[in-house]
Structures are given as C-alpha cells and as structure tokens.
Write a protein that binds this ligand. Structure first.
Ligand code: AMP
Length: 615
C-alpha cells in the first residue's frame, strides 16, 4: 500500500526527510532522530539540555513558555503553570475526580463525561492544546538543532492508554503542525532501542519496567513476526522517584525534630531538592552528607533502602499481578527492559532482576531509551531499514461521522493490516430509535472534506432517555483490505453490518493529495473542530438543563428557575459565536449555578422515596 512523505514547503514528494521520535512524558519530554551515522540520538538544541520539562507557563501578557523556563514558575505562579498535563489527556472530569487536588491549576468540573478543560485566566484550554505547546517546542528545537523542517513524527504513549488518550495525543501532534505517523507504545519503543523485536524471526516475551518521577508501570509484551502485542499492564500512576524524595525529607525532618517546617514553603522546597540530590548520589555512593540552612542532611544508602523498600515491593507486586494476568510466570520472560530515571536506584534494579531471575537491560540511559526507540520506529516507517519488512498498512484513517459533522477516527492511518478497533456511542436525544452511521476515510477533521465509504441506519433501538443506549461500532479490516463495519446496541442486541473496500477506486495520487491537504489544513481543522465540539457540548448542556427544569421545577424556587433560564439563554446566545472560550465560559457559569440544584433534587427525591418506609 502507498507510503508517501511530503515536503510541506514545496508540496513535492520526498524520500530523505527526517522523521523524529518523540517521548511525550508526564514530567519530561524528549525528541530524538537517527543521526547520519545511523544511530538514534536525543536532540540537544544549543545546549538547552536533552530533557524538556513538560511544563507550560502562561505569562500575564498571554505569551507562553515551555520547559525549564516554565518550570521556574511552578512555585511562584502555580495557577498559570501547567504540569503533568499528560495525566489529563483524553480524560473526562469523571476519570480524574479522585486526584483533582493534585493539580495546582484550575481543572474545570463540568460534571460530565466530556473531556476535561483547564482554565488559565479567562481562557479555556484542552489538554490537547496544552500538550501541543510542548510538542511544538520539541519540533522547534529539533528544527533549530537539525537546521531542517521537521514535519513528521512518531509519538509514544503508555501501553495502558485507551483509544481516547491515543487520539488526543494524535490531535496534539496535529495541532503542533506534526504529521503523526504512528502512536507507539512506550515499552515497545524501549524494546526497539535495545534491538529487541527488530528481527522478524524472533519470538520473545518481555517485561518492560518503567519507574519515573511520579508514575510506575510494567508491561508484558509478546513479540511475534515483528509485531508487539501487549499481554498485560499493571502499575500505579502515583508512585515514583518523588516518593523516594519524600521518604528522605521525612527522615531528615524526624532526625532533626523539625516541627514547623511544613508551614515554611521555601524550606520545604529546599529540603525536597536536597533529598533528590541525596537520592541520586546514593545511586553510586554509600553515604550522603550535606546541610540545608544549618540543618544537617545526612543519610546512608542502607537507611535509604530501608525507607523505600515498601514502595519498591509495591512495584514487584505489580509485576507479579501483570504476569498473572498474562497467564505467565517469571521464568517465561526472556528479557527485562528498564525505563525511567528511578530505575537508576540500585535497590530497584536488584529487586527487579531478583524477581525475574535474570539480568536486566540497563545500559541505555533510562531517561532516553523511549525517545531513542521512537526514533528507530520512525526510521523503520520511513523505509530506511532495508532489513525490516514493512507490513501492509492502511494508507488513510477510517472512522465515522459524529455530532457536528466531525470525523471520529476508529482505525488510524498507518495501522498494520489486519486490524480491528471499536468504540462505544450513545444517543443524543430522548427516545431516539434510529442511529445513522456514516463511514468515512481521510485525515481531515470535518467529514465533508473526507471520502464517504458507506452509510446505514441502525434501526429498532428501544426508546430510552438520551445517553442510555450503548451502541458498539466495530471496524474489522482484513488482510485483503475489506472493511466490515458492525453496529450493535448492547441493551437490545439490535445489530447491523456492512462491508466495503476502502481502497477501491483510490489512486496513489489521491492518497497523496488527501495527506497533503490534511497537513496544510491541520491547524485550521483542529481550531474548527474545537469550536464545533464546544458548540455540541453547549447544545447538550442546554438540552440537559432544560429537561432538568421541566422535570424538577417543583423542587426549585421561582427565582431559581428564572435565573437558570437566564443562564441557559446566555449560553444559547453564544453557541453560534464561533468563540470556543466564550462558549466554555457560559457552559461553566450555567454549570456552577445549577450544580447545587442537582444535588438538592437528588436528596429531596430520596427523602420522598423513603417517607413512610421503615428500614
Ligand atoms: P523520569 O520521569 O523517567 O524522567 O524520571 C525522573 C526520576 O528519576 C526523578 O524522580 C529523578 O529524581 C530520578 N532520577 C534521576 N536520576 C537518578 C539517579 N541517578 N538515581 C536515582 N534516581 C534518579
């Protein structure tokens, strides 16, 4: 199938373009490429360092800085400094509710299943937009260092990322002006960096242990015919080197009887930094001895190891659980790959190696290994590795139309064939009994710019309130390039299926043109998409709020109803303004105003239901 690369500047097809590999991390991000000697290398732009902290700071004048420069504002200007945005990418408020206090900036609670937004000043940002700022910085650094335009990239994500998180990562790349050739699992990239999985004959089961600053995960992968399959993942998204630092701080606090350090933010920060320094030193020496503002700060490696032992044990338990889920035992694992800065701690290496009963791969810098592997994957996709057979891939994305005429990609372009993927949808109107399913092919955000492949109705959905039906849409693309689209409503079992051949009547020139158009229009497309998404969300909000007032008017005062209607009217008036920030602002205001009512109605309804009942 077609594989083309395009020079954006000239529109011509070009073979020798640099495709970068990007590790978009929770704490730090990196960009790597294959150097002229043929080796993967992390890009260091004019000595700015290899790691770009994944931090974005908004200056009062609205300008933005990313990386080390932004990191300085974490303490002095927390509301306008966004860190750990990867934790929010592709997530709904519902998903992150339990750890919302972790963020020092404002994450909007719109009480819904829609994707979270972040408020900075009076502007609303999606995690996609914020991540795109980090990617843009990486792109610019790469361009500056390599002195060539960089338009195409492979970006890595954790193996446990779901569809929505992967799509959000793709969108962030697109918004940064990058053609995202493929989203690759971080453990897959790390394995590739060690050369594991490059030989198509090789059949192996491997464990990738990734302990970073704030997150831990372990993945069990099976490699067969050059394909990496994730058998199991496990971990803890709030466990990492930061916990080791905290353990040291607590130890010093105890040793020195520091009672009021908690209220002294700058002392706390100084102790934390010193603790990190001590931890790093203890990776190569047995004793650390220094002080912070006359407070003695000493610790032995032995003491450090006893402090962190329970945390390390927790990661070993996660490895055990992952193996159990994969139906394997430690002896079945052929290779163990170490990823993340915290795997430099000798106790961690020792325990992991002891558990799996073999030496671990730790020769490559654990901070860089994922980005280096991503660069190798990019090189493979560029067709530069003659020894590696490129598997058949889908030349264009396949998806369906969702509200507002948007393209929802189900099988992204460059997916290996055969492949299957699916997603769940629901109705938007009460009592809806039919659902029209339109299947499209292409890279543009609006379906009207893409190629329509099929359209059919899923009929006979039992009448239910909006949002209750569960419609699974599955795409199955077989080795002959035939796409089967199946829609099934899970509550009733109503089902419908069609088959098409997406490449039928599609020439290489058309594919090239569609890809070229998608790149040149990427920014406008994403901006347009965000406006449509804001409008759709606003319309849903109006619909829900009006139904709520209709049904529960009895529980509200006349004034409350009138005020609610005013907020609804305000929102309605801006729906077609084309200003997404304004729409989000009005959604937020309506939400803030009506949220207490929902709780009150619930309480009163329960009280009513309980009346006269004895328990
Ligand atoms: P990552 O998120 O993969 O960049 O990992 C960052 C974590 O690795 C932080 O908690 C660092 O303190 C930790 N780290 C970096 N260097 C070392 C070292 N030499 N020994 C132990 N931990 C380290």
């Amino acid at each position: 199938m077609a594989k083309v690369s395009i020079n954006i500047a000239t529109g011509s097809i070009q073979k020798e373009e640099i495709i970068v590999g990007i590790d978009l991390g929770t704490t730090n991000s990196l960009v790597a490429f294959i150097n002229p000697e043929g080796n993967p290398q992390v890009i260091n732009d004019a000595g700015k360092g290899l790691l770009v902290p994944s931090v974005v700071h908004f200056n009062p004048d609205g300008s933005v800085v990313v990386g080390n420069e932004a990191k300085q504002f974490l303490i002095s200007d927390p509301q306008n400094t966004i860190f750990s945005v990867k934790r929010l990418l592709g997530r709904s408020y519902h998903d992150i509710e339990n750890y919302k206090d972790f963020f020092s900036y404002k994450v909007i609670d719109d009480n819904s299943e829609s994707l979270v937004k972040i408020k900075v000043g009076d502007k609303f940002f999606t995690p996609i937009e914020l991540s795109s700022l980090i990617l843009k910085e990486l792109k610019e650094r790469a361009e500056h260092a390599l002195k060539t335009p960089v338009n195409r990239a492979v970006i890595t994500v954790p193996a446990y990322f779901n569809d929505s998180q992967r799509q959000a990562t793709r969108d962030a790349g697109k918004l940064a002006g990058l053609d995202v050739l493929r989203i690759v699992n971080e453990p897959t990239a790390a394995s590739l960096a060690y050369g594991i999985g490059l030989n198509p004959e090789e059949e192996k089961t491997i464990a990738v242990y990734d302990l970073g600053g704030g997150t831990f995960d372990v993945s069990i992968l099976k490699i067969q015919n050059g394909i990496f399959e994730v058998l199991a993942t496990n971990g803890n998204t709030f466990l990492g080197g930061d916990d080791f630092d905290r353990a040291i701080v607590n130890y010093w606090v105890e040793q020195n009887n520091l009672t009021d350090h908690a209220s002294d933010a700058s002392l706390q920060q100084a102790l934390r930094l010193k603790a990190e320094e001590a931890k790093k030193a203890l990776s190569t020496q047995n004793l650390y001895n220094d002080q912070v503002a006359d407070i003695p700060c000493a610790i032995t490696r032995q003491m450090f190891e006893s402090l962190i032992a329970p945390k390390v044990e927790e990661t070993i338990l996660a490895c055990k659980n992952a193996l159990t889920d994969a139906g394997l035992s430690p002896a079945d694992i052929d290779e163990v790959v170490m990823v993340g800065g915290s795997t430099r701690t000798p106790l961690v290496k020792h325990k992991v190696s002891e558990f799996f009963g073999k030496a671990v791969h730790d020769k490559i810098n654990p901070d860089e290994v994922v980005a280096l592997g991503a660069a190798i994957q990019a090189d493979i996709l560029a067709g530069n590795r003659k020894d590696i057979l490129l598997l058949d891939v889908t030349p264009l994305s396949l998806g369906i139309e969702t509200m507002g005429g948007l393209m929802d990609v189900i099988i992204p372009r460059n997916s290996k064939v055969p492949t299957k993927a699916g997603r769940q949808y629901t109705t938007s109107v009460d009592g809806q009994v039919n659902m029209k399913i339109s299947v499209f092919q292409g890279e543009r955000d609006l379906v009207k710019e893409n190629r329509k492949l099929a359209e059919f109705d899923l009929k006979g959905i039992p009448a239910m309130p909006a949002g209750l039906p569960k419609v699974d849409i599955n795409f199955l693309l077989n080795a002959d390039g035939i796409l089967t689209i199946q829609a099934i409503e899970l509550r009733s079992g109503v089902k419908q299926e069609v088959e098409v051949k997406p490449t039928y009547g599609l020439t290489d020139q058309e594919v090239e043109k569609m890809l070229f158009d998608s790149i040149t229009h990427a920014k406008d497309d994403v901006a347009h998409r965000m406006i449509i998404e804001a409008r759709t969300e606003g319309e849903q909000m109006v619909y829900t709020a009006e139904r709520f007032l209709e049904k529960n008017g009895a529980y509200l005062s006349v004034q409350e109803i009138a005020d609610s209607q005013k907020f609804i009217q305000d929102l309605k008036e801006v729906l077609n303004s084309g200003d997404k920030d304004l729409i989000h602002k009005k959604i937020d205001e309506l939400n803030e105003f009506t949220r207490p009512f929902a709780e009150r109605v619930m309480d009163q309804a329960i009280a009513q239901a309980m009346k006269g009942k004895t328990i």
